[in-house]
Design a protein. Structure first.
Length: 212
């Protein structure tokens, strides 16, 4: 075991215990392959699986493997969709059988912190789908809620703006400037301090760097 693996495991165990204390189901896997297998065990033929626009979920290869298992994939980021089609898929994601997403940050005391533009992701994380699974690498663990929002401002938001090719200032400077333009994607701020009351919710923490 390397020192990195030891440290990731210690932090992962601490966060999982905190998440469970806050009502979430939570598991830790040192390797992404095992985490992906765990998530895919929830997928069944004919099931509707919504995607929260997660780089992490795609890095694990879950959408393709879920499709191979016969699931109906709801992905509003697929190419060549009209704005109306994208919005229709977003609405379907809110009532899907299984919603897969990551999170912008997880605190050591077991809170999930997110910032959205449209709000479909934070809405689905709060209420709607029959089952929610959040997958996150240990790179998203932060000391507390202020540190989580700082991570979003200095890393997650600029990276996602660059990825989505949105011409906001942070895609140039690499840090948030609290822009006010129409293209701003940081509009809805969400902190899940405990598991939502009406949601079957599992957090899968992975001992690797994944996503933004």
């Amino acid at each position: 075991m390397t020192i990195d693996e030891w440290h990731n495991g210690v932090i992962g165990d601490k966060v999982v215990k905190a998440l469970k204390k806050n009502g979430f189901e939570a598991v830790y896997f040192p390797r992404r392959e095992d985490a992906a297998k765990y998530v895919l065990d929830f997928v069944a033929p004919g099931m509707s699986v919504g995607l929260g626009g997660s780089v992490t979920v795609k890095e694990l290869g879950i959408p393709e493997q879920a499709r191979e298992k016969g699931a109906i994939i709801l992905d509003h980021h697929q190419p060549n969709l009209t704005p109306e089609e994208r919005m229709d898929i977003r609405r379907k994601e809110l009532v899907c059988d299984l919603f897969l997403s990551s999170t912008n940050a997880i605190t050591l005391d077991g809170s999930l912190v997110n910032v959205d533009g449209t709000g479909n992701r934070v809405a689905a994380l709060s209420f709607g789908p029959k089952k929610v699974i959040v997958v996150a690498g240990v790179n998203k663990v932060c000391g507390d809620i202020p540190a989580a929002f700082e991570r979003i401002k200095t890393y997650a938001a600029p990276m996602n703006n660059k990825r989505l090719e949105i011409a906001n200032p942070c895609a140039v400077t690499g840090v948030c400037s609290d822009c006010k333009g129409d293209g701003r994607i940081c509009r809805i701020y969400s902190v899940l301090k405990m598991m939502p009351l009406a949601t079957d919710f599992t957090v899968v923490l992975v001992g690797e760097n994944l996503g933004y």
